[in-house]
Design a protein around this ligand. Structure first.
Ligand code: MRU
Length: 339
């Protein structure tokens, strides 16, 4: 799992093994580093649905390998594409990767060509992350503090990360002096996964309760909120992990800048605005228990949307591998991503 030597990037959580897909089970971190071997597309679909693999780019990459594996096994590909597509609704990287595989299938690609396509999707994501790291870090003044949300690192991508890639690059360049990560209830991607990545990389960081974010901003300790995205609409509205919207509102109020970092595979120009983005609703049971232990009285109910939309007007910069859009709107998005 560990790619030696390279500072500030050591984890590869999605690994093709020649005839099956190996995934680092993100539900168990940081307590246990257990790998899951997915031996057919149904197992990949289940791993995506159950959050064993998660993060928008990573689920797109896993799905592409699922299609390639099905082709290698001689399985009919149309049902496999449909099954994987239905695994989760919000992150458009999933649909983007499947559309890319579908196009190759339609063009007559054989299993070998589909395996190469999945590998290309994975390689391109890593390259995009490195580029976004440079571009995003360049926006940050030396000595800044940053707050991030959810997990957008190597675990959520092919490697290095989106928002966490910018943080890695910003720390390496000496621009970022303080890193804060929100817990990200209820799955605790910030507490469990981002802190795990940062500690591994030797990047000093402090965990905060999600509810401490506005208080932190008021203290003056952070100059940027840096987050990833699951889908960016044609007007710059951005869906990301639940809690991102309230961070964007609090940032605006406190004069803290707000950066969204995502590869172009997260941009969905077919979706006009955030209003049209389907927000995944997950089992309320995820809110009623913590670590497998019931913490809420029996009989209680819960509402569990797992993404929200930060409107473009609250975003200072969208960073993709194609470039930076400051103060995003439909015109700037069209100029960079229009066909
Ligand atoms: O439910 P998750 O853990 O898949 O949600 C992940 C996020 O919201 C991330 O911020 C987003 O996918 C960007 S990951 C580079």
């Amino acid at each position: 799992m560990i790619i030696a030597a390279e500072t500030h990037d050591s984890i590869r959580a999605v690994q093709w093994q020649g005839d099956h897909l190996r995934l680092l089970d993100q539900r168990l971190l940081p307590g246990e580093e257990r790998w899951i071997d997915c031996r057919d597309a149904a197992q990949v679909t289940q791993a995506i649905r159950d959050l064993a693999v998660r993060g928008a780019p990573a689920i797109g990459i896993a799905a592409a390998w699922g299609v390639a594996m099905a082709a290698q096994q001689g399985a009919p590909l149309e049902p496999v594409l449909a099954m994987l597509r239905a695994a989760r609704p919000t992150a458009v990287n999933l649909m983007w990767a499947l559309d890319r595989m579908k196009k190759r299938i339609a063009a007559g690609a054989d299993a070998g060509a589909l395996l190469r396509e999945a590998q290309a999707i994975q390689n391109e994501d890593l390259a995009a992350n490195r580029r976004m790291g440079e571009l995003g870090a360049a926006l940050i003044s030396t000595g800044s503090g940053v707050l991030t949300h959810c997990n957008t690192g190597s675990l959520a991508t092919a490697g290095y990360g989106t928002a966490l890639g910018v943080i890695r690059a910003g720390v390496a360049a000496g621009r970022i002096a303080r890193v804060y990560a929100g817990e990200t209830r209820p799955w605790q991607q910030g507490a469990r996964l981002t802190m795990w990545e940062l500690v591994r990389d030797g990047i000093p960081a402090q965990l905060i309760a999600d509810s401490a974010a506005a208080h932190l901003m008021k203290s003056g300790a952070v100059q940027w909120v840096i987050v990833g995205a699951d889908r960016i609409a044609a007007n710059g509205d951005t869906a990301n992990k639940i809690g991102t919207y309230q961070l964007a509102i609090a940032a605006k109020y406190h004069g803290v800048k707000f950066m969204v970092v995502a590869p172009s595979s997260t941009v969905d120009m077919a979706t006009g605005s955030g209003e049209e983005i389907e927000i995944e609703l997950r089992d309320p049971a995820e809110l009623l228990s913590t670590g497998g232990r019931r913490t809420v009285v029996e009989g209680a109910q819960a509402w569990n949307p797992v993404f929200d939309v930060a409107p473009a007007e609250l975003i200072d910069a969208i960073v993709t591998e194609r470039g930076v859009i400051e103060r995003p709107n439909s015109i700037a998005m069209q100029a960079m991503f229009g066909c």
